[in-house]
Design a protein around this ligand. Sequence first.
Ligand SMILES: *Cc1c(COP(=O)(O)O)cnc(C)c1O
Length: 464
Amino acid sequence: MHTIIEPFRIKMTEPLPITTRGHREAALAAARNNVFLLDAEHVTIDLLTDSGTGAMSDRQWAAMMLGDESYAGSASWRRFEKTVREITGFKHIFPTHQGRAAERILAATRLKPGDIVPNNSHFDTTRANIEYVGARAVDLLAPAGRDLYSNKRFKGNMDLSALERLIETEGAKNIPFCMITVTNNMGGGQPVSLENIRSVKELLGKHGIPLIIDACRFAENSFFIREHEPGYSDRSLLEIAKEMFSLADGATMSAKKDGLANIGGFFGCDNDSWAEDFRDLLILTEGFPTYGGLAGRDLEAIAVGLMEALDCEYQRYRHATVEYVAARLVSRDIPIVRPPGGHAIFIDAAAFCPHLTPSDYPGIGLVNALYLEGGIRAVELGSVMFGKPAASGGEIAAPHELVRLAFPRRVYTQSHFDYVIEVLDLVRRQRDRIKPYRITKQAPFLRHFTAHFAQGEIEAKRGA
Ligand SMILES: *Cc1c(COP(=O)(O)O)cnc(C)c1O
């Protein structure tokens, strides 16, 4: 059978707002042309993020009814701990309210000013938490990962020789731990091979540097390994995940991704003194170690969700959905990062809008066109999100002008994605009409969330 179907049926529905172009024009104008400022009730297909936006299963909802809300030592905590330990094997496990709480406590307890933390690519909250305590977050993505169009597999891999050079020049004692993010979110969900993780671990081991896995999409990464890494095609996703975690000294996790839950996270490690320090700060800011800022019912939903994410049929359908959309965008000449990642498709907005320059913010133009044309919400990852002020007064553009379509888990069906493809095709055929935008108001940091934009005019004779 060639058709891969959604391995679930729907027993509860949520209406989608079907809007008119006039309605969307008014809503976007009221949101100052920034889709982050739109009310969700004006969005038809919301591809802003895959974080916490998934649909829970009947088993998760049923488990929530068993939530034990005891302050200490609840039965829900025991079930959560047992599941997380079965997958990760860690001796110490701490729930947190989301992934960034685990990152914050890890950074606060293990780092001091001047320390260095390498990673294939730091997620933005990971980087911010490391920099907040005065340490330096260094990205060491292997060269293939930096080429948008190379069709290589495992474009999330760490650059081993760069890691070796970093350890030599900076000294192992200044690197309290190294991280690997699976899949690499900043790179569009590109996977990391077990071979790469093993080699990184070997190198770190020689220098006594612990390895922490940022495990948000560990199950999607396990599926990529099963599909594409030699020797794993007959292994279960649980076995692959176990092998991956066996190479790590600890892990941070956002259950809003492969926990298939709407909130939650955890930290796990083997080292007793790391655990003691972590526990002390957890109690101070998150909660007692058997709930860590979550309700008992959340712990139940996560325990069930983690195992559902490791179901091969679920992952097969999820990856097939991304591949389905990617293939149709490529055949319509829409420039996307290849191969597509596990949770998102990235469109190259600079190539999509050859009449615009980075200072025109082509990503914002494309995001807004998708909203106006079809009520679809995407997100810019270009010079608005990553541009930096230049000494001369202007701005240094980001390396790429990308727009991300993130795929919420188990939420949209194939016809929703057919609609997304149709809207993108329509926008592409009218792309000359995408106008430049300029920023009229911005915050000193993380400006993309709250900036206001105004449409400009396309200057004559510009660019291609
Ligand atoms: C989402 C995410 C985080 C942070 O998790 P939150 O639950 O949003 O705090 C950290 N790392 C990666 C790779 C992520 O995708």
